[in-house]
Write a protein that binds this ligand. Structure first.
Ligand code: HEM
Length: 231
């Protein structure tokens, strides 16, 4: 099948709606990316309560689980799961389309106007997905935690990060989160049409500032436990 035939076959298999267009799926990626970015930022702010001691942190966890008589957290989990699912679906389907449009590949790829972060979006996304599964098993379900106590999230936090391998994986995953977020903010502002020499410095500053803040604070948690600052 020729390249043109493959592209036509791919487009026909998807149908002709908004989501069939690559622009539609890029909008889905950006919108779900904004939701996930918002969650990661709020989650990071919430977790800073670990610096205020066991009572504050456990009180915060209790509040999250009792919102709307316990229905709030399930509502929130549903939205988050849908956002993650749609984000991954849009990413995979756009990647498959790009491959179908260029089945032979470049002999020597010469990236033009692309950054290291943009080229690493796929594997940083893959490591992040693995991290989220591990993180839920570690601090929410507790089945990979050495001494999980559902009634004491603070103790789970501290004893969880005392294991250097677990703390190390969290740190590596946050660095991947940083790469992913940095390029995500950069390309979302690009999709919003903010491409202009006048805005480029501002976009770069916002992308870098937000990423350094979220990643820096997140990395501080395992480090604070390993150094005994949080105990
Ligand atoms: C070092 C950084 C992080 C720390 C210390 C941390 C800590 C925690 C803790 C303690 C919980 C359990 C809360 C509870 O059950 O009461 C939790 C839940 C969760 N975390 Fe994190 N987290 C971190 C980074 C992340 C990142 C980067 C993501 C996503 C990319 C994430 C996604 C989640 C999700 C989805 C939940 C489950 C919420 C629920 O109960 O439905 N976390 N986190």
């Amino acid at each position: 099948m020729s390249v043109a035939e493959q592209s036509i076959a791919g487009a026909e298999a998807r149908g002709h709606g908004f989501l069939a267009s690559s622009v539609g799926r890029k909008v889905v990626m950006a919108a779900t990316g904004v939701i996930l970015f918002g969650f990661v930022t709020v989650h990071m702010i919430g977790n800073t309560q670990a610096y205020m001691g066991a009572e504050t942190f456990n009180g915060y966890a209790k509040f999250l689980h009792s919102m709307l008589h316990g229905a709030g957290i399930w509502l929130f989990r549903g939205v988050l799961l849908a956002a993650v699912g749609l984000h991954i679906w849009a990413a995979v389907s756009l990647t498959l389309d790009n491959r179908a449009a260029r089945p032979v590949g470049y002999r020597a790829q010469q990236p033009v106007a692309s950054t290291w972060a943009s080229r690493t979006m796929r594997w940083s996304g893959f490591i992040l997905a693995a991290f989220i599964i591990y993180h839920l098993m570690h601090l929410t379900v507790g089945n990979v935690h050495p001494s999980f106590d559902p009634a004491n999230p603070y103790a789970n936090f501290v004893s969880g990060f005392k294991a250097p391998a677990a703390a190390g994986f969290y740190i590596v995953a946050q660095l991947c989160l940083g790469l992913h977020m940095w390029h995500g903010v950069w390309s979302t502002t690009q999709s919003l049409g903010l491409v202009h020499p006048r805005y480029d410095a501002l976009r770069r500053t916002i992308a870098t500032g937000l990423t350094v803040l979220v990643v820096g604070v997140n990395i501080s948690f395992p480090i604070a436990v390993l150094t005994g600052f949080i105990h």
